[in-house]
Design a protein around this ligand. Structure first.
Ligand SMILES: Cc1ncc(COP(=O)(O)O)c(C=O)c1O
Length: 394
């Protein structure tokens, strides 16, 4: 019984709950979908019964090189052999910072943390330090911490909620109006630069222009997009310069690491506040990130993701045209995409039908390709989706 689980809510990563991935349990023609995994390699996953799946969930975007990439594992093993942690700041920390600043030129200084949520919170804190203001406008998902929760989340003080409001993605007029309305009380605008669709040029220009106008700090939350759309994420792809950026997920190919970086003057705000975590400097994740960066550059990973992602995206569009009763749209970009389904019931039966055929294809944002996905993997994926969609009753 679900209530017997010692981990309430089934798992500590809410997006990995079976009902989130496959829809509510119920009687259906398919066998029950996998609940827990035993191991993963490349783009494949094995569940606790030993069944094999091709995966597009890719640890919710935390893995872009494939699971267990040998260069990353090798670097992590060396760090383990060197003791993992110690009393002093590790040499590796500054080395990784130098490598990141070299690879992403608008990152002049960088601090490391363990989770994306922490790193975005640090960016917001630094923006508040720099401006001496409180109010924050956000767009997209920025993690579970108090500062960015809307009204539906219980346990967040009303006074905290009042400091935060959401900006509408890609809506130039409302974005401009809302930034102007908060005006000289606005500390930070923090946005996910891709939310289901590509950002419009005018929206990006409005964000950059209006934040400069009111003296607020512009933060790009590139936790999903960096090391994927381009090494430097959406800022690089769309040619925008945010003041601060937040990195995470694919940066260490699944090892726990996130970072806040950007303009040196803003980052120097760390001297006037308190941002620190005991294990932010453990060296396994730092070593994994350095190896991930090297592989990403040396193997042209972002170009590969774009190529196989485009093949997938084109295939999804073909499926939408063939099965309009089941698929109402294709969302996202080549590197991170998903299908919009006609109903919850359709999305549930597609996710379950795919799983029964050895494919983990997410029914909501996002499916992620990796270096381990190749042309033939994507061809087989599209064939499975076609077979499943063909059986969906409209
Ligand atoms: C854009 C974005 N920001 C922040 C976060 C929070 O990161 P984490 O779950 O590592 O705390 C996520 C996680 O999905 C994310 O996608």
């Amino acid at each position: 019984m679900a209530s017997d689980w010692r981990v309430p809510g089934f798992t500590s990563t809410a997006s990995k709950r079976p009902d989130a991935l496959f829809g509510a349990a119920g009687d259906g023609p398919s066998p029950p979908p996998p609940e827990r995994m035993a191991r993963a390699a490349g783009c494949r996953v094995w569940d606790e019964a030993g069944r094999e799946y091709v995966d597009y969930i890719m640890a919710l975007g935390a893995v872009a090189l494939g699971y267990g990439h040998p260069a990353v594992n090798g670097a992590a093993q060396e760090a383990i052999a060197s003791g993992v942690v110690g009393p002093l700041a590790p040499v590796l920390e500054e080395e990784l910072a130098v490598a990141l600043c070299g690879a992403i030129p608008w990152i002049e200084r960088v601090r490391f943390l363990k989770t994306g949520a922490e790193a975005v919170a640090a960016a917001v804190r630094l923006g508040r330090v720099a401006t001496g203001r409180d109010r924050v406008l956000g767009c997209g998902y920025h993690g579970w911490l108090d500062w960015c929760q809307g009204g539906a989340v219980q346990g967040v003080p009303a006074a905290t909620r009042e400091l935060y409001a959401e900006l509408p993605f890609n809506d130039v007029e409302r974005t401009r109006a809302e930034i102007r309305a908060v005006g000289d009380r606005l500390a930070v605008v923090v946005v996910e630069p891709v939310v289901v669709e590509e950002p419009r040029r005018e929206w990006l220009d409005a964000l950059r222009g209006e934040t400069a106008r009111v003296g607020a700090v512009l933060v790009f939350d590139e936790i999903k997009t960096a090391f994927r759309l381009a090494l430097g994420g959406a800022a690089e792809r769309y040619g925008v310069r945010p003041d601060l950026v937040v990195l995470g997920k694919a940066m260490a190919n699944g090892f726990p690491l996130a970072a806040v970086g950007g303009r040196a003057d803003l980052m120097s705000g760390v001297a006037h506040t308190w941002i620190s975590s005991t294990l932010a400097t453990e060296s396994v994740a730092l070593a994994a990130a350095r190896a991930t960066l090297q592989v990403t550059v040396a193997e042209g990973v972002c170009a590969h993701l774009h190529q196989v992602g485009t093949q997938l995206l084109h295939g999804l569009h073909r499926l939408q045209h063939r099965y309009p009763h089941a698929v109402t749209g294709v969302a996202g970009v080549a590197e991170m995409c998903f299908l919009n389904y006609a109903s919850e019931e359709v999305s549930r039966s597609v996710a379950r039908g795919c799983a029964a055929r050895g494919l983990l294809f997410k029914r909501t944002a996002y499916n992620f390709v990796s270096l381990a996905h190749d042309e033939s993997t994507v061809d087989r994926t599209l064939a499975v989706l076609e077979e499943v969609l063909g059986g969906v009753v409209g």
